[in-house]
Structure formats: structure tokens, C-alpha cells
Write a protein that binds this ligand. Structure first.
Ligand SMILES: NC(=O)c1ccc[n+]([C@@H]2O[C@H](COP(=O)([O-])OP(=O)(O)OC[C@H]3O[C@@H](n4cnc5c(N)ncnc54)[C@H](O)[C@@H]3O)[C@@H](O)[C@H]2O)c1
Length: 336
């Protein structure tokens, strides 16, 4: 039985707690959150121990695996702490705010010999997994252009850190990382990026459009936005037009990503001389699939091949270059 602790009892921790409930061989034993009332309520709801101090949890709770669901700028500090206590870690995306902090974290993980995975949940998400299968099986042919988009209203569930340029950096970091990561997974190493973006009153680039070229020759544009008007549901979209086929995926959740029960999602596939295929997609819990995979890595004592560490670093390098491009208006190469 895998004994799991969660650090951070905010929005996304609930998706993780629910995902633990779906696993036969796992149980949530503890949660840590500096906000006592929030942490206590979470512990009561999920029937686990509460700690205000994360290190106390690592010292005293019966925990083998830790899920880090903290504000992004704190990931490195707490991954390092977990590594010191020899705990395996599933850490929320974006793994860290800077390239240097990510490199440091990955070194510490390696030295400690723990199993470590970044929660790039899109790699486990129905729709995206089908797109990857279609691309890899050659159904789409050579892709002329892909478009990946992720848009929502400005988050307002009390997480001010998210809209602080150094703690969360808004949509250009927090949202964009999903699509940059998925495109990296699909098309391989990134060659160059150019970003056109608008900055709002928060000081963050909260609507970004990035052109991304891959070494493989594929090209994509990715959009990330926190600028949608009231009532606009959290929306993900992906389209790839290839020499043999065009795929289009749409997903609309409720108000935010926590409201997946109200979601609709559809995948359309168009191929030359064939009838279009239009499929409503059953949404398997992607956080449960992600956790199941991570626990299988822990059991095998192997680092996660589906979310490799070197790709995590490349994606953070790409996000840093995209932010620099938004600042300077320059096309930036990632290969020089
Ligand atoms: N994979 C996804 O779909 C997804 C969705 C949303 C958020 N995220 C990521 O998850 C992470 C958390 O986001 P969120 O929206 O849940 O944030 P949040 O602000 O809702 O929750 C963070 C929690 O951490 C607690 N906390 C802060 N400092 C702490 C400390 N030192 N020790 C213990 N607890 C502390 C806060 O009190 C809060 O309850 C971020 O990195 C974010 O990018 C991922």
C-alpha cells in the first residue's frame, strides 16, 4: 500500500486527493498546509492527518510518496526537503519558475535517488492521448501546422501568487506550460520561439501567442490566456493539419479546471477520401491516470519515461525564452 502525503491543500490538491481514492493500492495519510483552517478542513474531508508544517509531516507522518500542490515558486524548496527525507515526489507543473531553479532541483532529485515526476497531466488527458497516438501512427502525416490553446477568465480563488510575475507569472507560465509540454512531447526538441503577448494590470503576460518551431520541422502556435470575460468556461483546444489528416479536439470545463464534471469534449478526425470521424470523448480522470503511472514507476524503481526529466528542463527553458521574447519582441533560438 502506497502511503501518500500532500503538501498544499488548495485548488488542485482536491483533484489529487480524489485521484488517490481511485487507486486500489494507495491511501492518503497526511496533508500539510500553512493555513490551519484550510488544512484541517481538508484533513477531515479526506480522513487523514493534518500538519501545519510540511517538514513535521515528513518527519512524523506515515508517508512514502509526496504530492506537491504548492504555489509554483515554492516547488524547488519543498522538492528538496522531500528529497532529504527520501520521499518520492509527484510535483505539480510548472516544475519551477526559472531554468536555474529547475536544474538545481533535478540535481538534488538525482543525488537523493528518489523517483520524481512532474505532473504534466495533459500527457494523460483523453483527447491529447488520442492525438499523440494518431500522430505517432502516421494517420496525420507530416504536420503543416498545429494550434494549441488554453483560455480562461482571470483566476480569483485567492491565489494571489499566481498573478505575481516572479511567483506564478500568470498565463504565459502557468497555462502555457501545458501546451508547450504537450507539443514538446509530440514533436520533439524545440528549435526556436517567438511570442506576441499582452500584459495586464497584474504585470503578467496574461494573453500570449507563441510560434514554436521544432527541430523535426514541425511548427505550432500556442495560445494561453487569463483574459476571457465573465462566464467563459475553462477551454482547451488543439488542431493539427497534416499531409494525411486533420485532427481537432475541444474541451470545455465548468468555471475552472476543478469543474470537470460539467465538461464536454469532442475529437474530430478528417482524412483524405474518408468519412469524418466525430467522437464525444469519455473523460477518464487524468489525475488518476497520472498517479497510477507515477506509482507504477515507484514500484519499478524507475524514473518516469513518459515525463522525462530532461524534457521538463527543456520545457522550462522554452517558457523562459517565450517570456523573454514577449519582453523583447525577438525570435529566440533554444539550440545555440
Ligand atoms: N495540473 C493542473 O491541472 C493544475 C491546475 C491548477 C494548479 N496547478 C498547479 O498546482 C500548484 C498549486 O496551485 P493551486 O491552484 O492549487 O494553488 P492554491 O493557491 O489554490 O493552493 C496552494 C496551497 O498551498 C498552501 N501553502 C502555501 N505555502 C505553503 C507552505 N509553505 N507549506 C504548506 N502549504 C503552503 C496554501 O495555503 C494553499 O492552500 C501550482 O503549481 C499550479 O500551477 C496545476
Amino acid at each position: 500500500m502506497h502511503k501518500i502525503g500532500i503538501i498544499g491543500a488548495g485548488l488542485i490538491s482536491r483533484s489529487h486527493a480524489e485521484s488517490i481514492r481511485t487507486q486500489n493500492g494507495a491511501v492518503l495519510t497526511a496533508v500539510a498546509d500553512i493555513r490551519e483552517e484550510v488544512g484541517q478542513r481538508f484533513a477531515e474531508e479526506y480522513g487523514c492527518a493534518y500538519f501545519q508544517d510540511a517538514e513535521e509531516m515528513l518527519k512524523h507522518a506515515d508517508v512514502e510518496v509526496v504530492i506537491i500542490a504548492l504555489p509554483t515558486f515554492l516547488h524547488g524548496k519543498y522538492v528538496e526537503l522531500c528529497a532529504r527525507y527520501g520521499k518520492h515526489v509527484l510535483c505539480e507543473k510548472p516544475v519551477e519558475m526559472t531554468v536555474e531553479a529547475t536544474e538545481r532541483m533535478l540535481e538534488q532529485v538525482k543525488d537523493a535517488g528518489i523517483i520524481f515526476m512532474v505532473g504534466q497531466v495533459v500527457r494523460f488527458w483523453s483527447g491529447y492521448t488520442e492525438i499523440k497516438e494518431l500522430y505517432e501512427s502516421g494517420e496525420l502525416g507530416q504536420v503543416h501546422m498545429a494550434f494549441a490553446s488554453r483560455c480562461s477568465t482571470l483566476p480569483d480563488w485567492g491565489n494571489e501568487w499566481l498573478l505575481h510575475p516572479e511567483k506564478g507569472a500568470g498565463a504565459i507560465c502557468d497555462m502555457h506550460v501545458h501546451d508547450v509540454d504537450f507539443l514538446r512531447d509530440l514533436f520533439g526538441e524545440i528549435d526556436s520561439v517567438y511570442c506576441l503577448a499582452s500584459k495586464d494590470h497584474t504585470g503578467c503576460w496574461n494573453h500570449a501567442m507563441s510560434s514554436i518551431s521544432f527541430k523535426s520541422g514541425e511548427k505550432a502556435v500556442a495560445e494561453a490566456a487569463f483574459t476571457m470575460s465573465d462566464g467563459y468556461p475553462f477551454t482547451m483546444f488543439f488542431k493539427a493539419a497534416g499531409t494525411k489528416g486533420t485532427v481537432e479536439f475541444t474541451y470545455k470545463a465548468g468555471y475552472n479546471i476543478g469543474e470537470r464534471d460539467a465538461s464536454t469534449s469532442e475529437l474530430r478526425l478528417y482524412r483524405q477520401n474518408r468519412q469524418p470521424v466525430i467522437r464525444k470523448l469519455e473523460q477518464h480522470d487524468p489525475y488518476a491516470r497520472q498517479l497510477q503511472y507515477f506509482l507504477s514507476c515507484v514500484e519499478a524503481g524507475e524514473q518516469p519515461a513518459r515525463v522525462p526529466h530532461h524534457e521538463n528542463l527543456e520545457v522550462i527553458k522554452a517558457i523562459a525564452a517565450i517570456r523573454e521574447s514577449a519582453d523583447t519582441g525577438k525570435i529566440l533560438s533554444l539550440t545555440s
